[in-house]
Design a protein around this ligand. Sequence first.
Ligand code: MSP
Length: 610
Amino acid sequence: MASRLNTSLHNALSFLNPFNTKPFSSRNSFRFSKKLASSQSSSVKRALYCTSSFGTHENGGDGAETFVLTTPLYYVNAPPHMGSAYTTIAADSIARFQRLLGKNVIFITGTDEHGEKITTSAAANGRNPAEHCDLISQSYRSLWKDLDIAYDKFIRTTDPKHEAIVKEFYARVFANGDIYRADYEGLYCVNCEEYKDEKELLENNCCPVHQMPCVARKEDNYFFALSKYQKPLEEILSQNPRFVQPSYRLNEVQSWIKSGLRDFSISRALVEWGIPVPDDNKQTIYVWFDALLGYISALTEDDKQQNLETAVALGWPASLHLIGKDILRFHAVYWPAMLMSAGLNLPKMVFGHGFLTKDGMKMGKSLGNTLDPFELVQKFGPDAVRYFVLREVEFGNDGDYSEDRFIKIVNAHLANTIGNLLNRTLGLLKKNCESTLVVDSTIAAEGIPLKATVEKLVEKARTNYESLSLSSACEAVLEIGNAGNSYMDQRAPWLLFKQGGVSAEAAAKDLVIILEVMRIIAVALSPIAPCLSLRIYSQLGYSVDQFNSITWNDTKWGALKGGQVMAQANPVFARIELNPEEEKKPKDSQKTGKAKVRVEQPQTKTVAEA
Ligand code: MSP
């Protein structure tokens, strides 16, 4: 069925500005020319070109750069699954890395609570929508706590402060002549909350993302004049190709735009659970138009008066929107056009990652093949879960989860390469040096090539974190661990201690060197596995406060000093053991086998709590 658009009142009303919006302040930081075409594209350039790849900006008066990053706001139709946790884990690691660089980070997450999909799932669970949203939104917050997610702002689209921002934004877009009323007829995917083009659908009008048939809908709606922004969007993308990352997603966005942008409906006549359209309470605002604004309303402070101008001054534009590839069109096409229309700056970068799959299929609430993140964290701890998804999946591409692979990776990397090296070294230090470092790590490393190797790998980790190559960042940190293990094996300090004299002195220095390597690993791994890093730091005799004040500068060689006393050796990461029956099974059948619950991870307060 071809979609049909009948413009009934094309922009006639828009000149009247019935919402009585005040013009925006003339501050350059968020002004955007309301005229389209060429004058607008020069504003676009100004808005987009900035000092670093993410366009961080100074804010807060402490001279530190501000780095604002967002996850999508998650639908509350069902509790979170591992797929939804994936973006947030990645975002938290990026936020932690940027904090280590000394930036003033505002990490935004939250829940998307309006629309048809939510009403239906609330009803199916015998709840009213508000109760349902409270419950599921809370389950997101508790998962973030379990996973050590240190967000700064959590926005719910049902918050009154959000509604105020949405209405003001709608009024600005209306005043700019970009909203009109029309009839629409088309095929709607309730799970995507989106009208679809017939040509993108599978057999029987099935949505390719949710594999479920779309429904025919006909409505009288308000429309956003997206087509007016085709040229400015084309210019933005050609002048700043880094706006959409990874680069292969840019091609996709460019081809959508090239194929012609059609206005889209931004209200729903049949949906009651939403923000009423200003001056027409028979319609509610389309859930996507509403939710995207959560990135701005999240910036507001609860006790202050809410308006766009104050919200924007607190940190807009965002440096980075992290999203899954399925919602790229909303973020890289609709959202920039909406912002241009409202006279606001554009975010600096939209990164569309791939899917976490199970048995090769996108994991999702609608498909029913989810992996319970609460169970996974309960069983293996937050560090293992975080490390696995970030190490195993090349950020940007899809990656598959299997328990077999999970256990292999986590045991080999975290338990053996890192945990075991620390444990062995501390054991030797206790036995031979009363747990005390004999010399400064800088002196111990004189003339030792390992120091230069570690410095090179730290730099590799940094550049990978910066370019969001999170798997490669993990790999670089692990290589530091491998280098430490090779050094230990080559030097065999346990034998040198036995020889006594000068050899024993050299062995004592070797232990200092390896412990300095461990300290550097703890700092460099802290964005990925914060609790594990804290445990390593504690074993090296540091306090929680000292750990909480580390910066990326602490990856420099030389912090451990002679005379420092190390803590009692305790495994920082316990190996996950398969139960004996599972281990006897042939490899293939082990894949579906359940692992025996791990030995409890050593208890330390979570970093978020500390
Ligand atoms: N509510 C919208 C987003 C609005 S943002 C203003 C939404 N919510 S969602 O809960 O359906 O999805 C949120 C994010 O989770 C999306 O980025 C989506 O790609 C991601 N994921 C959902 N399943 C996923 C996987 N299996 N793997 C990786 N990410 C996945 O869309």
